[in-house]
Design a protein around this ligand. Structure first.
Ligand code: ADP
Ligand code: ZN
Length: 221
């Protein structure tokens, strides 16, 4: 099964990906996480991507496609995967169409998380992530039990460089120009389901799960 989560930064794609994964055991492939790890580890990919990520620009398509090609041939992807943050340009989507065609796999559904500008800004500026395990918190809706510390592993919570207000605005512009056209692209392929991303996690997940059930991609439960 191949599921794509599409939507602006702050729409809560990462959180929903985790919820889906709890129920269906297929990996979540987050290009953002892969890039941040590479930057932290100082790998060649990290060095090449660093300036783009930290300034809120898109990393060039050829680098992203290299990441994707290497990742989806790993064994844990045999039964499918969930993309969080990929594709982000029409070119990436087209390239993935040809890769999946070659691998004789197909995209099952694209969930488009539509969120209002105010909600996005509010969510991103209050987002904190665990520097150790990557768990996502929100100071308003989902704060850690102890301030500044991860509930799961005790790691320090940090604000991503690209979650500063100036960079958020820049990322939203990039999203509108480069990524939003994908809504139309997947609508044309009859693969798109729109989810109201202003709702809380439970309601967003409920809509996603209902659609997956309706498509017979998952059993009732
Ligand atoms: P968000 O969805 O909150 O913007 P991500 O973690 O998905 O955050 O992405 C963070 C950054 O990583 C992006 O701003 C961009 O620089 C880079 N990035 C992630 N995925 C892609 C992609 N598919 N194409 C190009 N750049 C990407
Ligand atoms: Zn943690």
């Amino acid at each position: 099964m191949i599921i794509i989560l599409l939507g602006p930064p702050g729409a809560g794609k990462g959180t929903i990906a985790v919820e889906i994964k709890k129920k269906i055991d297929i990996p979540v492939i987050s290009t953002g996480d892969i890039l941040r790890n590479a930057i932290q580890d100082g790998t060649k990919l990290g060095q090449e991507a660093q300036d783009f990520v930290n300034s809120g620009k898109l990393v060039p398509d050829f680098l992203i496609m290299k990441i994707i090609e290497n990742r989806i041939i790993q064994q844990d992807c045999n039964h499918g995967f969930i993309f969080d943050g990929f594709p982000r340009t029409i070119h990436q989507a087209q390239e993935f169409d040809s890769i999946s065609h070659q691998l004789k796999k197909k995209i099952d559904q694209v969930f488009y998380f539509e969120a209002s500008h105010e909600v996005i800004i509010e969510r991103l500026s209050s987002r904190r992530v665990c520097s150790q395990c990557g768990m996502i918190y929100n100071l308003n809706y989902n704060p850690p039990r102890i301030q500044g510390k991860c509930d799961q592993c005790g790691g320090a919570l940090i604000q991503r460089d690209d979650d500063q207000v100036d960079t958020i605005e820049k990322r939203l512009k990039v999203y509108q120009n480069d990524t939003l056209p994908l809504v139309h692209y997947y609508q044309g392929k009859k693969l798109l389901t729109t989810i109201n991303a202003d709702q809380d996690v439970q309601d967003r997940f409920k809509e996603v799960w209902e659609k997956l059930t309706e498509l017979n991609l998952v059993g009732e439960n």
